[in-house]
Write a protein that binds this ligand. Structure first.
Ligand SMILES: [Zn+2]
Length: 344
């Protein structure tokens, strides 16, 4: 992943070291009698490991791992019930992700939570789900397939109206959906909250918070490599994006005390790029807020989109988060914000 860059890799490494140090200080939440081979493995000196498949697995908590390089990031939560995954990467990487998951723990995949309907997040659902076992105790449920949980709009996007071809095979579709603000479930001795976020990156966004592990997986609401990817054609909006970032900081991501901008606290795993925390999310939220305010001023003055682009409203942040090439350019971000503010 070239976009990760040296800076991202270095920051990630540093964060891993800090997290591991703090995990040691707070004391691992498990006793040796509770866990089998998985924990024995997790107690080995951890850090960045390059798996033979070209994927990269890092341990972010004693029982939580992140796999990079499979499209969207894949998060693995290990516990007594088995494995809980957040996202499954893209379809063409699914076999490799499955190998990387098995290298973390031999336990069965019980639940896959999807953070959106994007192909690089849900494409692996089929292969990973088929390798797993349902979370349900109902003997008539799909025993041979892991539970795949997502907001209802993920299913609507992955399936298709009657008569049209579905963009994904049926074994990749969510088999458990929700429409409420939260779906909460106690699994692996942890309280997992799947949090609905309305129309930020898309209209199918969800974030997954493991309360005991203190890890939140945000999906594409955050992408620290670049300005947030807002997809208006699929229901995304700058208003929803800002709401999501503010909500993260006020409700879910707990800072270090007393120095709130020191690294530590809740681990934040974005849909792409490196692992993060409160301080970086504050920085990101402030960036998106400032740029939005600048564009709002320009909209109020009656400037056209072209005039706004020429005026360079991302000045000061462009070098850090901007791009003139690739799938998500600075111009596209400015356009999404401009159109979203004009529509208001
Ligand atoms: Zn993504």
């Amino acid at each position: 992943m070239t976009a990760l860059g040296r800076r991202g890799a270095t920051a990630r490494l540093a964060l891993v070291v800090i997290l591991l140090a703090s995990a040691t200080l707070r004391g691992a939440p498990f006793t040796s009698g509770q866990e089998g081979p998985a924990l024995a493995q997790s107690r080995q000196p951890a850090g960045v490991t390059s798996s033979p498949q070209g994927l990269e697995t890092i341990q972010v908590r004693p029982n939580v791992y992140a796999i990079f390089g499979a499209g969207g990031n894949v998060v693995v939560h290990v516990g007594a019930d088995g494995l809980v995954l957040v996202d499954g990467g893209s379809a063409d990487m699914a076999d490799k992700v499955l190998q990387a998951v098995k290298a973390i723990s031999p336990r069965p995949i019980r639940l896959i939570v999807n953070t959106s309907a994007d192909a690089d997040h849900v494409g692996g659902n089929g292969v990973l789900g088929d390798a797993g076992v349902s979370l349900s105790t109902d003997p008539f449920s799909q025993e041979s397939h892991a539970t795949v949980l997502a907001h209802e709009n993920v299913l609507l996007k992955m399936s298709a109206p009657t008569g049209s071809a579905s963009p994904f095979p049926t074994n990749a579709w969510p088999n458990d959906t929700f429409t409420s603000r939260f779906r909460s479930l106690y699994v692996n001795d942890d309280a997992l909250q799947v949090i609905r976020q309305t129309g930020a990156h898309s209209d199918a966004d969800a974030m997954a918070l493991f309360r005991n592990a203190d890890v939140i997986v945000t999906g594409d609401v955050i992408d620290l490599r670049q300005f947030p990817v807002i997809d208006p054609a699929r229901g995304g909006s700058i208003q929803g994006e800002l709401e999501a970032l503010n909500r993260l900081l006020t409700e879910f991501v707990v800072p270090n005390i007393p120095q709130v901008l020191k690294h530590g606290g809740t681990v934040v795993i974005p849909g792409h790029g490196y692992v993060s925390d409160y301080a970086e999310v504050v920085d990101y939220r402030d960036t998106v807020t400032v740029v939005t305010d600048i564009i709002q001023d320009m909209v109020t003055k009656g400037m056209t989109l072209q005039q706004v682009k020429t005026a360079n409203p991302t000045k000061g942040y462009r070098a850090r988060f901007g791009s003139d090439t690739g799938p998500w350019t600075t111009d596209k971000f400015v356009e999404a914000v401009y159109n979203g503010l004009k529509k208001k």
